[in-house]
Design a protein around this ligand. Structure first.
Ligand code: IVH
Length: 585
């Protein structure tokens, strides 16, 4: 071997070694500048002697030519998914199922890992060289993304160390760190290009680039968690030791892998990771618990698409991808019309989700959403699910733009749009059935007049059959009318009449709240009642005095004034007090 060629080989080895220290062990021995200098030297030498360039050279991570399409890769061993649990009870059933399947569970150990929120990839190493990388696809057939994977610095092009099998498939997750994600979106904003809604989508979008030089610019990371096909060598006898072996070969694993010996330890691990979750610097959506011994894994076996010996124990609240089937415009109690997305039913943390809110027209325009789109929905805690992003790449040819309504979908009167498209409202306050229904439901509700037995189904019929148009009308209902309705028997009709009579004796707070003035919730109503003490002084209040009431600003004060400026509203209040006899204690 020529002297120069030998030197080049040594230089490459040295760089690879420092990459291993930096990326895999997280323990660099040299500074970034020293590393850059070595790379520069290598580039210069390779320029002079292109005949010495090898496939595993650190300079060769980014391929020159973009692809036309990704070719298909058949997975020799399917890439499976994991069954999920969302709470302690379901986790304990998994633990029990495992123990029941084993004749002896004395030495049962679990390998606990992070559930990384990225994309599964399969790395094929032949004689220690990375020769192919593929996505999971449908588990059987994936896409060949070798050129893109080669740009990820943490993935070794060549394995180092001893006992490397002739052929081994390493499986793991490609993901984007929070820092990488922020940087990408900041750039995207600057150049007016696509903003990604979360690091997972950003990682997915980056991996599926036909031009590897684009992938190269995105900071993608990788941790391995398993293996596929293997021949010409042997692996250790359990999952934990396998991962430690992979690390010795230069493959990155994360520092949170732990062995647990019983379910209490697993639950402690779950809590520990859940608390650390926000400080990891990358997204995870739970933990993965795997039976540690490979021989026991084999005994316990698989169901259709997932192993029986492993489970994903997910953290609450996350996002999900689903299909937008349609958008309906719903008219609320105050006439405000909100777009509601009808979704293909999906499940977030064990809750089935069929609808999501889209807030307003401005939001629909911002998202550029079409019917037929694949959308990302998010459900944080108990709040109503919302659509947070659209996967434009997946838009089908039959997708339809959204037609914004001109007329109220319930009463057909003209809709008024606010200048900035944030509020659209039906202008027909008095006789829009949706508003009538909404006002009535609010009036009878628990914190308002508390009319027990007056459920939604009864109100819907009363409005539909024109027995009730305004809130005061409900006090004119009689036994004859009520008993003829559906969903209510004779006994319940009697009870309802009693409830109506009983509700006439109420408090000023309840009455003010029951009127349903925009922005006057239960707390504000109570503040108003405390301040004004009588209904008369509340009705005759002015802006100045209203603003003295705690938590009342310009908007709500104006809403109150406008409410009593409407003759119709004053008539209703007069009827309720003087004709029906509502009184306050
Ligand atoms: S093991 C046979 N371990 O979760 C078991 N998967 O729902 C196959 N994932 O497609 C996977 N972290 O993308 C395993 N520590 C981990 C994981 C993990 C994330 C992903 C992986 C897989 C999906 C299964």
């Amino acid at each position: 071997m020529k002297k120069q060629q030998k030197y080049l080989k040594q230089l490459k080895k040295k760089i690879q070694y420092h990459e291993y220290l930096y990326y895999t062990l997280n323990a660099p021995e040299i500074s970034d500048i020293q590393y850059d200098l070595m790379m520069q030297e290598l580039k210069i030498l390779e320029n002079k002697h292109p005949e010495f360039i090898t496939f595993d050279s650190p300079t060769q991570r980014v391929g020159a030519t973009p692809l036309k399409t990704f070719s298909q890769v058949h997975h020799k061993i399917p890439m499976l998914s994991l069954d999920n649990v969302f709470n302690e009870k379901s986790y304990l059933s998994f633990d029990k199922r495992i123990r029941n399947r084993l004749s002896n569970d004395n030495n049962l150990t679990f390998c606990c890992e992070l559930k990384l929120d990225g994309l599964a990839v399969n790395l094929l190493y032949k004689h220690g060289k990375l020769i192919q990388a593929s996505t999971r696809g449908d588990g059987i057939i994936g896409e060949n993304i070798t050129a893109n994977i080669r740009t990820i610095r943490t993935i070794p092009l060549i394995l180092i160390g001893d006992n490397i099998p002739k052929i081994i498939e390493i499986r793991g997750e490609v993901f984007m760190t929070h820092i990488g994600f922020k940087k990408l979106n900041k750039n995207a904003k600057y150049y007016n290009s696509k903003i990604f809604s979360n690091p997972r989508n950003a990682a997915s979008g980056s991996l599926r680039q036909l031009d590897p030089s684009i992938t190269n610019k995105r900071s993608l990371s990788f941790f391995c968690y398993g293996f596929g096909y293997i021949t010409g060598g042997q692996l250790p006898i359990n999952q934990y030791q396998c991962l430690m072996q992979f690390k010795k070969w230069g493959l990155p694993i994360n520092n949170y892998i732990e062995l647990c010996y019983n379910s209490k330890e697993v639950l402690d691990y779950y809590c520990k990771i859940k608390n650390k979750r926000l400080n990891l610097g990358f997204d995870i959506d739970g933990i993965v618990v795997k039976v540690n011994e490979l021989s026991l894994q084999k005994k316990i076996g698989f169901i259709a698409k997932s192993p029986r010996w492993a489970i994903a124990f997910k953290f609450p609240s996350k996002e999900q991808i689903t299909l937008l089937k349609d958008i309906k415009f719903q008219v609320g109690r105050t006439g405000v019309i909100t777009p509601i997305a009808e979704l293909k039913t999906t499940n977030i943390n064990g809750v089935n989700i069929k609808n999501a809110t889209l807030h307003n027209i401005k939001e629909i325009k911002r998202l550029g959403i079409h019917i037929g789109d694949t959308v990302i929905i998010s459900r944080a805690g108990d709040v109503i699910p919302k659509i947070i992003d659209v996967l434009i790449d997946r838009r089908p040819t039959y997708s339809k733009e959204i037609n914004f309504p001109i007329y109220c979908p319930v009463c057909n009167s003209v809709i008024k749009y606010s200048e900035d498209d944030t509020i659209i409202r039906c202008t027909n306050n008095l006789s829009c059935a949706a508003q009538q229904r909404g006002a009535l439901k609010h009036f009878v509700s628990r914190k308002a007049m508390n009319i027990v037995g007056m459920g939604d189904k009864i109100i819907d019929q009363l409005v539909y059959k024109n027995y009730v148009m305004t809130i005061s009308d409900i006090y004119y209902l009689n036994f004859d009318i009520l008993s003829k309705l559906e969903h209510i028997g004779l006994k319940s009709s009697k009870k309802l009449i009693n409830a109506l009579n009983k509700s006439k004796k109420t408090t000023l707070t309840r009455f003010i709240y029951a009127l349903g003035i925009n922005g006057v919730g239960a707390v504000t109503a109570s503040n108003l009642a405390l301040y004004y003490k009588t209904l008369d002084s509340f009705i005759t209040s002015d802006i100045k005095s209203l603003k003295k009431v705690p938590n009342i600003g310009d908007v709500v004060a104006n809403n109150i004034i406008n409410f009593f400026n409407e003759k119709h509203n004053c008539n209703i209040v007069n009827t309720l007090i003087y004709k029906i006899g509502i009184n306050f204690s």
